[in-house]
Ligand binder design. Structure first.
Ligand SMILES: O=C(O)CCC(=O)C(=O)O
Length: 326
């Protein structure tokens, strides 16, 4: 209700004032919290191999992404690479959001006063707070991530959050994901990440299901916002379909939830690791079982920008995460 009211007001003004943007994001959080979803009993939807058996990770233009392709990619393949999911122009705009959000986070961590609303025009940084208590949402996650640079949550920027929600809707993506999940999706404060990765970043093989859970119903849309895979880190992908979590914490693994290189080599056998070259706006769409890592290699010289958005079925949401209904 509150969200509808805010949307109606937003139609009158082309740019919502900062306080309304912040309230709109809080309303999405409250809308998620108040849901009591059952989830579809007949999930997952049936998949037909529209790509053919020989294809391990399909690579398609955005125009070919539809319900059948998304379902096949997630249920039968190792995900799908989608070329031009958003336009180059849009990717440039979102890259600007990443710089803005990371700049404000850095200022905040340095103890500077944050003018997150840039003169009342837009809420660029307002950490998500519970509207009933005024408490910060996700204090433990905030403490755990306080030392990580180069990334921040879109959920702490009401302006960026609303722009991204609109972008996914305009691209038809939210509806497609809703059709797949069988319910209106929510993103989360914890896994809605604006990222700028330096060439020297660390990396490790992992399946996000090792911490998101195997029963979680989810679709991750990872969008490159700058050229990557050559001078800047892209993604390394084991091109196989998985429906379970492989052995973690052994064979050279760094964290208890990541997968050692020896284990990856054993699993992939003769399969080559896939390291796609991405243009701004290209995407990799996958779920919590895809085995992948940041594609770090010798000779990288450039930072890489990306936007990572995990859409979740509210009925099968990761425990301890905080949702934002989209
Ligand atoms: O952007 C990256 O390099 C990390 C992506 C990743 O590992 C993930 O989405 O789980």
């Amino acid at each position: 209700m509150l969200l509808d009211k805010l949307k109606r007001r937003a139609k009158v003004a082309p740019q919502m004032p900062a306080d309304l943007e912040a309230a709109a994001l809080q309303a999405r959080y409250v809308a998620w919290r108040e849901l009591q979803p059952q989830g579809r009993a007949d999930w997952p939807p049936p998949a037909e191999d529209v790509f053919g058996e020989a294809i391990a990770v399909p690579d398609i233009p955005a125009a070919e992404l539809n319900d059948a392709a998304l379902t096949a990619a997630l249920r039968l393949k190792g995900g799908v690479i989608v070329r031009g999911l958003i336009s180059d122009e849009k990717a440039t705009e979102v890259r600007g959001y990443v710089d803005r959000a990371l700049g404000l986070l850095e200022d905040q961590r340095a103890g500077k006063a944050i003018d997150g609303d840039a003169g009342g025009q837009a809420a660029w940084r307002h950490e998500l707070r519970d509207p009933d208590t005024g408490e910060l949402v996700g204090p433990q996650w905030r403490a755990d991530n306080a030392m990580f640079g180069g990334e921040c949550s879109a959920g702490d920027s009401p302006h960026i959050a609303e722009q991204l929600v609109k972008m996914y809707r305009d691209a038809g993506l939210t509806q497609m994901i809703e059709n797949y999940l069988g319910e209106q999706p929510a993103v989360s404060l914890e896994k809605w990440t604006l990222r700028c990765v330096p060439p020297t970043t660390n990396t490790s093989w992992h399946q996000d299901g090792a911490f998101l859970g195997t029963e979680t119903r989810t679709v991750n849309v990872w969008i490159a916002l700058s050229d990557c895979g050559v001078d800047a880190s892209g993604l390394d992908i084991v091109p196989m379909h998985f429906d379970e979590i492989v052995e973690t914490g052994t064979g050279g693994a760094y964290f208890h939830w990541d997968v050692g290189t020896e284990v990856v080599d054993r699993i992939r056998g003769e399969r080559e690791i896939l390291t796609p070259v991405f243009k701004p706006g290209d995407a990799f769409i996958f779920d919590q079982f895809a085995l992948h890592r940041t594609g770090v290699k010798e000779g990288l010289t450039k930072d890489r920008y990306a936007l990572e958005t995990w859409f979740f079925a509210p009925s099968h949401f990761p425990p301890d995460y905080h949702g934002i209904l989209v």
